[in-house]
Design a protein around this ligand. Structure first.
Ligand code: AMP
Ligand code: GLY
Length: 436
């Protein structure tokens, strides 16, 4: 099978790497991909079609006789690439434009969760700033969370410690239009306290397969300080997540979400990524994403021990329960190891502190930089200049190390990180700290 993977980051590199191990894969093309992927994975090609040019991607997939396409970024999904490919009889892993609203509209996700009986913080939706401000003044709570409805590149959620912060957030989003004119309404939800875990399920509209859990480190600096980022590192599995939790989440989150989406005529296919919080009252869903996480995927996929191609095909073809029956198990086999992934980002990333994000710096590896069979190097924001790799801003690359224990996985990941150099490199030194 010839595979097309859409996107250009570490997540897509990890998907390409995983599928390159499949004996049924005859070629992998990543579009637009990055220069690092081609260097580390012989046989992987990149194609410079932008991830949002879905018509050009369709023409390419038809011309190249792509047997299966896997979509990384949510923006591509929300443009309707899955609808377009399916209308042309192409197999594709991802959610339709309509189902992608679970990620792109917080209010839509909340309504579906309420309809499905999925536990989530209580919320109210506002279309006018004055009404939102009155609500804040009369709320019995001091802490609350203001979220804008719509894709906001990670900037649309403001966790407010008091009413003044909530008022400022409403004014910034709704009156000053800080995130743009298209943010026309918000939700305000109850503040929850607890430990966050991300859980992933591969879905086919009706059935699903639980893929695993991970814990992201979203802030730029050690100790969860500094601005929010796409994720600076991650470990998997989440140590607080037991088999009983997995059963509970399957039964009370993934299954009812899939049933409700199907009942409403917008079946959910692709990857459902639940942002969960374990509060003192039990699990609650903070958000859904409709895709693999980045960097969560860079540790989740290396911990899956079998070929993922049959599972991806089943997601695209609507045959997950058939595959589960045939294999006699509900999910792909997972390793007993644990994994730690550390991201190296460009100076100035994530670009919200008024410092220009640096690019064009040569990436160098010490002579003794060697990956053993449980280590992985995934590239993200890199360009090729001649035989060199140079930084291209944002998150540049990441190292995943698998081991029996978090302590040794962390040590191995940081040993490798210390052998990679580029000017201005930023990385956290505390990924998976405290995990044993
Ligand atoms: P979201 O994009 O909705 O996951 O929100 C981003 C981050 O904001 C989450 O990872 C949480 O750390 C925090 N957050 C979101 N909703 C809540 C909530 N109801 N209570 C406390 N923190 C929240
Ligand atoms: N790492 C968080 C995300 O992919 O949304």
């Amino acid at each position: 099978m010839k595979i097309l993977i859409i996107g250009s980051g570490g997540r897509e590199h990890a998907i390409a790497h995983k599928l390159s191990l499949s004996s049924d894969v005859s070629g992998i093309i990543v579009s637009p991909g990055n220069a690092g992927m081609e260097k580390t994975l012989p046989g992987i090609k990149t194609q410079k079609i932008a991830a949002d040019d879905i018509e050009a991607l369709l023409s390419f997939a038809l011309k190249e006789q792509i047997a299966l396409t896997i979509v990384g970024p949510e923006a591509t999904l929300s443009l309707g690439i899955v609808n377009l490919f399916r209308a042309n009889n192409l197999l594709i892993v991802g959610s339709t434009k309509e189902a992608s609203l679970l990620e792109t509209s917080k209010a839509f996700a909340k309504k579906i969760m309420n309809e499905a009986g999925v536990p989530t913080a209580a919320f109210s939706e506002f279309f006018e700033a004055e009404i939102a401000l009155q609500f804040i003044h009369s709320s019995p709570h001091t802490k609350m969370v203001v979220k804008c409805d719509g894709l906001a590149a990670g900037k649309g959620v403001v966790v407010c410690q008091n009413k003044t912060e909530a008022i400022n957030a409403v004014n910034a989003l709704m009156k000053d239009k800080l995130l743009g004119e298209n943010i026309d309404h918000i939700i305000i939800e109850d503040f929850l306290e607890g430990i966050e875990v991300s859980a992933f399920a591969l879905c086919d509209g009706e059935s699903f397969s639980f893929l695993g859990t991970a814990c992201d480190h979203k802030r730029l600096r050690d100790g969860d300080m500094g601005p929010n980022t796409g994720g600076m590192g991650v470990f998997s599995p989440a140590s607080i997540f037991s088999i009983a939790d997995e059963l509970w989440i399957n039964e009370n989150v993934f299954a009812p979400m899939l049933n409700t989406m199907k009942k409403n005529g917008t079946p959910f296919t692709g990857i459902l990524f639940a942002g969960l919080m374990k509060t003192k009252h039990g699990w609650s869903v903070l958000e859904f994403n409709v895709r693999f996480g980045d960097p969560e995927t860079q540790v989740l996929l290396p911990l899956i021990e079998e070929d993922l191609l049959p599972w991806f095909k089943a997601s695209a073809a609507g045959t997950i329960s058939e595959l589960q029956n045939k294999l006699g198990r509900l999910s792909p086999r997972k390793s007993n190891l644990v994994g730690v992934h550390v991201v190296m980002a460009a100076h100035g990333y994530p670009g919200t502190e008024g410092v220009k994000v640096r690019s064009g710096d040569k990436i160098q590896f010490d002579k003794n930089f060697n990956l053993d069979s449980k280590d992985y190097l995934f590239f993200a924001g890199v360009d090729g200049i001649g035989s060199d790799l140079v930084t291209k801003g944002g998150r540049i690359l990441g190292i995943t190390a698998l081991s029996e224990k978090f302590s040794s996985a962390r040590k191995n990941a940081y040993d490798l990180i210390s052998k990679i150099h580029f000017d201005g490199a930023q990385f956290r030194r505390d990924i998976a700290n405290g995990q044993v």
